[in-house]
Design a protein around this ligand. Structure first.
Ligand code: NAG
Ligand code: NAG
Length: 345
């Protein structure tokens, strides 16, 4: 009796397994990462932040990717961020997930193109971020200063112009509301054209434009030059955002580099960001206190130690100082050492 029972269960399980794989095909892949720090604000442009310290996850990703057929695949990505410097028990919040990427990708190998439908990544800093290589330590300059968004809801085309993949492009036509819902009838368009003229070199031109109903026409022009070898990376970028209605131009530059000290174990990195104009959103920047009345400069230096490939420990120092403002007093500098950790799964 027992034996029959066991056989019955076993064959039932086998049947379930085989039918489920027949139903769902490829099982897909789960991946993701965590990064966060222990931070200590030694000095700040906003005295209220001085001596603040704590543990925080700045970002958690949970990805599920799956091939649906030879031509189609999909991505489902949840993002979670810890709250930046809450000031009261009542307003301090949990880490809540939201949909960051959710798209169907349609591969067109004949045209060397991928078509993305849904919430996919913007081309604004994809290449810059790849060469910077330390998103876990800090957002790249346009991202940090809230001058663009990493994802958007729309249709994107991304591919190579030529067979040898020396020239590539990325075009998106989207809501312009990042992962939030659309608020008006106007769309955002963003386009990047990147060339790899020689081994390790990348040169990119980027432009975007949106005429949103509430704030008028905003556009960015950006140039980027990167160089990447096995033991080091270098990048410089210059971008100019125009906010027509406010008669505002924000010119930003960033230069960064990373070098290997011990193979597969240790790297050092450094970055210098310069805003030639004050950032009106300065006070809304997450995790680093910025002032909005004077043009900020940021120096970021650190070490990256990888005890194993999937786990990095990165002591780093954030130093923000300001140009003399047109009116009022120059804000104090911000000095914040952090011990950053990053691990992937
Ligand atoms: C980024 O998206 C948010 C909505 O999530 C929007 O309010 C903001 O204006 C966008 N930023 C830019 C630079 O378009
Ligand atoms: C930035 O863009 C504005 C508007 O197109 C232009 O007037 C200004 O000269 C640009 N700044 C630089 C440094 O190119």
């Amino acid at each position: 009796m027992k034996r029959y029972f066991r056989r019955g269960i076993l064959s039932f399980i086998c049947l379930l397994l085989s039918s489920s794989s027949a139903l769902w095909g490829d099982e897909g892949r789960i991946s993701g990462y965590f990064f966060g720090d222990y931070y200590y604000v030694l000095k700040s442009s906003d005295a209220a932040f001085e001596d603040r310290n704590g543990f925080q996850y700045r970002r958690v990703y949970f990805n599920y990717d799956k091939e649906l057929s030879d031509a189609f695949s999909m991505r489902f990505r949840l993002e979670m961020n810890g709250q930046s410097f809450p000031t009261a028990r009542q307003t301090s919040s949990k880490i809540v997930p939201f949909l960051k990427n959710g798209y169907l990708r349609w591969k067109q190998p004949k045209w060397r193109t991928n078509i993305y439908l849904g919430i996919s990544s913007n081309p604004t800093w994809q290449n810059v971020e790849k060469i910077w290589g330390y998103r876990s330590v800090a957002k790249t300059v346009l991202d940090l200063h809230k001058m663009g968004n990493g994802s958007d809801f729309g249709i994107a085309l991304q591919g190579d112009v030529d067979k040898s993949k020396k020239v590539s492009y990325h075009l998106i036509f989207a809501n312009g509301m990042s992962t939030n819902a659309e608020i008006d009838n106007n769309k955002k368009i963003a386009f990047s054209l990147a060339a790899k003229p020689a081994t390790g070199f990348i040169v990119e031109g980027y432009a975007d434009l949106e005429n949103a109903v509430d704030r008028g026409r905003w556009y960015i022009l950006q140039g980027f030059l990167g160089y990447q070898r096995e033991q080091f990376r270098l990048g410089v970028q210059l971008a100019n955002q125009t906010r027509q209605k406010n008669d505002l131009n924000i010119l930003v530059g960033s230069a960064f580099g990373a070098a290997q000290l011990i193979e597969k174990k240790m790297w050092a990195f450094a970055r210098f960001d310069r805003l030639f104009d004050p950032n009106p959103f300065g006070k809304r920047v997450a995790y680093i206190p910025f002032d909005d009345t004077a043009a900020p400069n940021m120096i970021l230096v650190g070490l990256d130690w990888a005890p194993i490939e999937a786990f990095h420990i990165m002591p780093n120092l954030v130093f923000v100082f300001y140009d003399e403002p047109d009116n009022g007093a120059k804000p104090d500098a911000t000095i914040m050492p952090r011990l950053t950790a990053f691990f992937t799964f």
